[in-house]
Design a protein around this ligand. Structure first.
Ligand SMILES: *[C@@H]1O[C@H](CO)[C@@H](O)[C@H](O)[C@H]1NC(C)=O
Ligand SMILES: *[C@@H]1O[C@H](CO)[C@@H](O)[C@H](O)[C@H]1NC(C)=O
Ligand SMILES: *[C@@H]1O[C@H](CO)[C@@H](O)[C@H](O)[C@H]1NC(C)=O
Ligand SMILES: *[C@@H]1O[C@H](CO)[C@@H](O)[C@H](O)[C@H]1NC(C)=O
Ligand SMILES: *[C@@H]1O[C@H](CO)[C@@H](O)[C@H](O)[C@H]1NC(C)=O
Length: 437
């Protein structure tokens, strides 16, 4: 089959299963054997076609997953606070409202040393900072050193499906991308943390979208620069035209097609956390042999894959806490950055741009206004943050205090938070920098 056709099919299929609200065959069929089998067969067929068409690397790990899922891991079913407490830390929950009405939940592992704010990536949540377990979670490793660790959450993820006036059931709720996360969510959370802790500055650690939204905040609202004593960017994402991930490249080339499809359906939520999430976890990542494979593989198709740094036994825990939930507009905005080769605001098309921005083209983010000290952590094999793109970002920033290439050859995008050696490869370096900033 032709590559483009396969990809198109797959994309349609993903839209179908992942975004159409409440219509999903998962939800009703969960527990009904036949539907699940048919569903798995469809996934198998399409995935096999894709694997053939693009020659993805053979991934042996998936064969063993069934065994793994037999040994139920309690951590799959614990929520973030229960997890934190299970491993001997205290956990707090804090709620903050953004200027535009979204209600966000943050978590905290209190400590007496300075404050570190951790911000998750796309389709993810604060859970990612603790699901790797006590030996390799960034949150715990920092808490062990006495840091006051805060875990942020972006609007629309499973901890933040609330707004003072509108419901997540209406499209307006999902009318945001990393732009609004940077302009409203981060400032609200940072102000809350500083006020509560009585400090004037904090250290910010972002992964992936957690870096994009930071760059948006500090360029669009430059008064926030002085509240940051150091920003550590794990796999920094701003310019994206060299991104490798074949599936994401495809999705971005289908951008106009996606926008039309989505508008037609009036759908604005991507990978929701509610009922469909449960369906995805249970039928995709649960104990079904075929399904299990594709839960893991889908994520690896998107983000790349590093067998050496992956704790395979922990995959059920990772996936039980994913996806965090996000809007379709976030994906579309990233898709536009890949195609345009610019770090700019959402492109609505010329007519609407004129209305929204006063110009035909969306304005670029004034990255030159970022004055906070930034440490860029990158790696050679990153499918999403290509070195060439990170170089562009570096050349636009005026205060890069560290340009750190992770010294591990096959290191990839998710390893920045999931790697077995996250302590020696990432956190130790971070701690050195924390001494200075
Ligand atoms: C912080 O310091 C106080 C007083 O010295 C101590 O009681 C408390 O256990 C410390 N908390 C942490 C998380 O280290
Ligand atoms: C989304 O936001 C943009 C810009 O603020 C606005 O022009 C547009 O009408 C909104 N769309 C929906 C569906 O609310
Ligand atoms: C700052 O904290 C105090 C109490 O600790 C609270 O009364 C006040 O409303 C807070 N201000 C903001 C802007 O959150
Ligand atoms: C890998 O995952 C397993 C299962 O969750 C866990 O018991 C183990 O401690 C993890 N290993 C490391 C090094 O984090
Ligand atoms: C990064 O981009 C360059 C230039 O497009 C490409 O040759 C290389 O394969 C890319 N690397 C990764 C890991 O995506």
């Amino acid at each position: 089959m032709d590559k483009a056709v396969v990809f198109k099919l797959f994309t349609i299929y993903i839209i179908f299963i992942a975004i159409i609200p409440n219509s999903s065959i998962f939800v009703e069929s969960h527990g009904v054997g036949d539907e699940n089998v048919r569903h798995s067969q469809a996934v198998t067929f399409i995935s096999n076609e894709i694997t053939k068409a693009v020659g993805f690397p053979k991934q042996n790990l998936i064969q063993n997953l069934k065994e793994l899922f037999k040994n139920e891991n309690e951590d799959m079913y614990l929520n973030i606070q229960q997890l934190i407490r299970k491993y001997g830390y205290s956990a707090e929950r804090h709620v903050v409202k953004t200027q535009d009405g979204y209600i966000l939940t943050m978590y905290r592992i209190p400590g007496n040393s300075s404050t570190v704010f951790l911000m998750h990536g796309l389709c993810s949540s604060a859970d990612d900072m603790v699901t790797p377990g006590p030996k390799s979670s960034i949150a715990y490793l920092l808490a062990n050193q006495g840091y006051d660790v805060w875990l942020g959450n972006a609007r629309g993820n499973k901890h933040c499906r609330k707004h003072e006036a509108i419901s997540p059931k209406v499209p307006e709720f999902w009318n945001y991308s990393f732009d609004e996360i940077g302009r409203y969510d981060l400032p609200a959370m940072i102000d809350y943390v500083l006020n509560l802790t009585g400090r004037t500055q904090l250290k910010y650690v972002g992964h992936s979208q957690g870096t994009t939204s930071f760059f948006v905040m500090c360029s669009e609202r430059p008064e926030y620069n002085e509240k940051i004593s150091l920003m550590v960017a794990l796999s920094p994402i701003a310019w994206m035209s060299h991104l490798k991930s074949p599936l994401i490249r495809l999705m971005s080339s289908l951008n106009p097609f996606l926008i039309n499809t989505l508008e037609l359906l009036g759908v604005y939520e991507f990978a929701p956390h509610n009922a469909i999430f449960k369906g995805v976890v249970n039928s995709f990542c649960g104990d079904e042999e075929l399904a299990v494979k594709y839960c893991a593989n889908f994520v690896f198709y998107l983000c790349g894959y590093d067998k050496k740094q992956l704790n395979v036994s922990n995959l059920p825990v990772f996936f039980a806490h994913l996806p965090g939930g996000s809007s379709t507009k976030q994906l579309l905005h990233y898709g536009q950055e890949i195609v345009s080769g610019k770090f700019q605001k959402f492109d609505y098309g010329q007519k609407k741009n004129k209305e929204v921005y006063g110009t035909k083209m969306p304005p670029e983010y004034p990255v030159g206004k970022i004055t906070a000290p930034v440490a860029l952590f990158y790696c050679e094999e990153d499918w999403l943050a290509n070195v060439t793109d990170v170089e562009i970002l570096k050349s636009e920033l005026h205060n890069v205090v560290e340009y750190y290439k992770v010294p591990f050859e096959s290191f990839n995008h998710l390893d920045f938070i999931w790697a077995l050696d996250v302590k020696t490869l990432i956190v130790d370096k971070m701690l050195q920098l924390f001494e200075r900033y």
